[in-house]
Design a protein around this ligand. Structure first.
Ligand code: NAD
Length: 331
């Protein structure tokens, strides 16, 4: 029997579409295109009643303008910087995200990487594997006690808050910079608030980024900002690659200004094989090698969260197709 609607998943998710069909199967034909570039969408999305877009490419005005009857574009994830939400708004198409499926996992990853770096675990493991240094703590020195050191959070939304609670449990003096939060968030969480980014950077032993990628936050952290962090401090980026100038991070590691950095997100993903970041990370002779922790944009992932974002994304599509109010419109 033909179903009244057609839902197209552009990328990342492939058959079996168990979670999507559980929610949408009765009213919609659900197809996964499994493409890696926007160009491959031509001729395959025009008739869609709803689109689910992940993150392998930018979903631009060119694609949006070809949609003939689309009622919603769902990004079954948090960051929607890959979708031209203005172009969708101009066409009257709501764009919705799924903001909460991985709040805890990203915070877990950020704080886990921070502590692994700041305790010397990553550095020692990396060197030991290559047979470098004595079988004692000498090579990791100095290692300051973490209790009372400042854990600085940029962007204290869902993930930033979850990271703050975790960092507090480690005994850090937690502080945040977020110009968009109302007064009192610091008191509700029992942490400090800095009203200037420069001051948060200058006073933190660890800085962890949890803001979205916007025009304002693009290259928020570059050479000048890193120079404003204390010598021997750490930088953690699980937000978006475009927020941080990763080459400036490598440079600061190589010069010994930063003692460590963890990067889960890069401006271009996956990176080119000859990218300077990968080169430094792979090359045991590069001075940043042992101090750089790299992950392939996986801070969000856990099996339960994956089911959650696919199911919640499908439920948002269902609401759009059946005329129910949408929950997480971002445009
Ligand atoms: P959120 O919207 O709940 O919180 C973001 C916070 O950043 C808000 O409080 C906002 O006021 C603040 N902010 C905005 N502009 C800022 C600026 N210029 N300076 C400082 N703060 C600013 O979002 P969230 O759920 O906490 O997610 C945060 C980001 O994490 C997402 O936008 C996404 O890019 C990233 N993310 C990454 C992964 C991953 O796997 N690495 C997974 C999920 C989300």
């Amino acid at each position: 029997m033909t179903k009244p609607y057609r839902v197209v998943i552009t990328d990342l998710i492939v058959e079996p579409l168990t979670f999507e069909r559980k929610v949408l199967g009765e009213i919609a034909e659900v197809v996964a295109l499994d493409v890696l570039s926007e160009a491959e969408l031509v001729g395959r999305i025009e008739e869609a009643d709803a689109i689910m877009v992940y993150h392998y490419f930018r979903f631009t005005k060119a694609s949006i303008d070809r949609l003939q009857r689309c009622k919603v574009i769902v990004r079954p994830g948090v960051g929607y910087d890959g979708i031209d939400i203005g172009a969708a708004r101009a066409r009257g198409i709501p764009v919705c995200n799924v903001p909460d499926y991985g709040t805890e996992e990203v915070a877990d990853s950020a704080v886990a990487m921070a502590v692994s770096l700041a305790r010397g675990s990553h550095f020692l493991n990396s060197r030991l594997k290559r047979g470098i240094g004595a079988w004692n703590v000498d090579q990791a020195l100095p290692v300051p006690r973490l209790r009372g050191r400042r854990f600085g959070i940029i962007g204290c939304g869902r993930i930033g808050t979850a990271a703050a609670l975790r960092a507090k449990a480690f005994g850090f003096d937690v502080a945040f910079y977020d110009p968009y939060l109302k007064d009192g968030v610091d008191k509700a969480l029992g942490i400090a608030r800095e009203m200037s980014l420069a001051r948060l950077l200058a006073t933190s032993h660890i800085v962890s980024l949890h803001c979205p990628l916007t025009q304002e936050t693009r290259n928020l952290i570059g050479e000048r900002e890193i120079a404003g962090m204390p010598k021997g401090s750490f930088l953690i980026n699980t937000s978006r690659g475009g927020v941080v100038d990763t080459l400036a991070v490598i440079d600061a590691l190589a010069k010994g200004h930063l003692a460590g950095a963890a990067i889960d997100v890069l401006e271009k993903e996956p990176p080119e094989v000859d990218s300077p970041v990968l080169a430094a990370w792979r090359n045991p002779d590069h001075p940043a090698h042992d101090r750089l922790l790299l992950n392939p944009h996986t801070a969000f992932y856990c099996d339960e969260g994956c089911e959650e974002f696919r199911t919640k994304g499908s439920l948002e599509v269902l609401r759009a197709l059946t005329g129910e109010p949408l929950r997480n419109v971002v445009n």
